[in-house]
Design a protein around this ligand. Structure first.
Ligand code: SF4
Length: 450
């Protein structure tokens, strides 16, 4: 049914922006997404002051009274992985005390606004890069500043991304004592061959030992990242990765199809014929479905398109805020977020870009986010978009059900649909198909003055 796959939420965001504003194309920048920072980085632009003054007026005037999250970016890694082109740099020579000071000054600045003081901050997410390049003392300083200056809820999810080699049991215990209650560990694969290919530190044996030790000693939510479809990955390799997720008793796993980003070491090796990789949709689909089915048969549930979790173990509030309409306050070089409807991108000390709110994009973006959870409830979708798109959505969903990508079920006493295993694989395409139909119907009704 589909010939090209949108592998990530960001691919779908890009396509959504084009559908809403065909002339503009890069409309994804309307939300505080990585697209925003990529665009400015690619164009080498100094960000305009934009709409900061308008936003600041709101921040000064009224307490928000809404749920929110904080995203803290630490753009340093000990070593650069072969597939990665995220917003990061090698830490060599970086002054991490100075960076900690910058983060604390930003926390104080944001926390000083009445708007922020009215919020219920239910998630703090440290992403990167590798946040755990910071030492325990630096983390404690940042966490204390957060507690002192932000209205964190009593059960606030405090989540830290890490690689294995800079998060041993001792450091994890110190961070847990300081308030961290969720770790997301980039493992990518346990296979020795795969780990060498992806330039991961540690052997299979060591990666497994470290994960088991962390699980035994850390009481919070423990999730890992796994990549499938790396060059020549065998079905046995992906099966073994899935089985390790089960036997290690982790709480959740994010599983991504390898994206070979231009400029990464892997992409360069392919371009220079140092590596070959025959890959097609079936190669990806087989590995996806084997991983997905192995985990769901072991009791894991779909949490979002690229994430499986044990029942009730990982609430992952951060993603609900990011995909929903809560504010996400961006702190640190390379952090993007949205506050009071304004996309904000923090580039470096003293350099911040703020775009104007775009209610139509926000509305569709919210539905795109909702569809990431794999449930299609026409009543809820039309509740957001209005009854004029009901027929269009029904018309778009029918062939998807016929193809076996959507399966009917009863939700809260009414019929809804959920994604099959193949549907999860094509999840971003399916979401874009539904939104495309809704946008066309909305445009056509607007043309008729409906
Ligand atoms: S994958 Fe993670 S650890 Fe590896 S270079 Fe990218 S941000 Fe750093």
């Amino acid at each position: 049914m589909f010939t090209e796959r949108y592998r990530s939420h960001h691919d779908a965001e890009n396509r959504l922006a084009e559908l809403l504003d065909p002339g503009r194309g890069s409309g994804g920048m309307m939300r505080g997404s990585p697209l925003l920072r990529r665009l400015f980085r690619l164009l080498g632009l100094k960000p305009p002051a934009g709409h900061w003054k308008e936003l600041e007026k709101i921040l000064r005037e009224k307490p928000a009274q809404k749920n929110a999250g904080v995203y803290i970016h630490v753009p340093y890694c000990d070593k650069i992985c072969s597939f990665c082109n995220l917003n990061r740099t090698e830490r060599k020579g970086a002054d991490l005390d100075a960076y900690t000071g910058y983060l604390v000054s930003e926390i104080k600045k944001w926390g000083g606004y009445p708007y922020i003081q009215g919020q219920h901050i239910e998630s703090v997410y440290f992403g990167g890069g590798t946040p755990t390049v910071l030492n325990t003392g630096q983390f404690q300083t940042i966490l204390s500043a957060l507690k002192d200056h932000f209205p964190l809820t009593g059960d606030c999810e405090i989540s830290v991304e890490s690689t294995q080699h800079n998060l041993g049991v001792k450091k994890a215990a110190a961070l847990e004592a300081a308030g961290v209650n969720r770790f997301s560990i980039g493992i990518q694969t346990f296979s020795d061959r795969g780990r060498r290919l992806l330039a991961r530190t540690y052997s299979e044996k060591k990666a497994k030992e470290e994960l088991l030790a962390l699980r035994k000693n850390f009481g919070g939510v423990l999730g890992i990242d796994i990549i499938y479809s790396y060059p020549d990955q065998s079905l046995d390799e992906i099966r073994q990765d899935a089985e390790m997720c089960i036997s290690s008793r982790i709480d959740s796993v994010s599983f991504y199809s390898l994206m070979i980003q231009k400029g990464s070491a892997l992409s360069n090796a392919l371009e220079q014929n140092e590596l070959t990789f025959k890959r097609d949709i079936d190669f990806d689909l087989q590995r996806h479905n084997l991983f997905y089915k192995t985990l769901t048969e072991a009791g894991f549930n779909l949490l979002e398109l690229s994430k499986l979790a044990r029942p009730d173990r990982d609430r992952y509030r951060y993603i609900h805020i990011q995909y929903g309409d809560g504010d996400l306050i961006p702190i640190g070089s390379g952090a993007g977020g949205t506050v009071a409807g304004f996309p904000v991108y923090s580039m470096a000390p003293g350099r911040r870009m703020t775009a104007a709110p775009n209610p139509r994009y926000e509305k569709y973006h919210r539905i795109l986010g909702m569809l990431q959870f794999g449930v299609y409830d026409p009543e809820v979708i039309c509740g957001e978009l209005g009854p004029q798109v009901t027929d269009a959505i029904g018309g778009a969903m029918a062939p998807l059900e016929k193809e076996g990508l959507l399966e009917p079920f009863t939700s809260e006493g009414r019929q809804a649909w959920k994604l099959s295993a193949d549907g999860v694989f094509w999840g971003n395409n399916i979401a874009v198909t539904i939104l495309d139909a809704a946008i066309k119907a909305e445009n056509s009704n607007a043309g008729k003055g409906v």
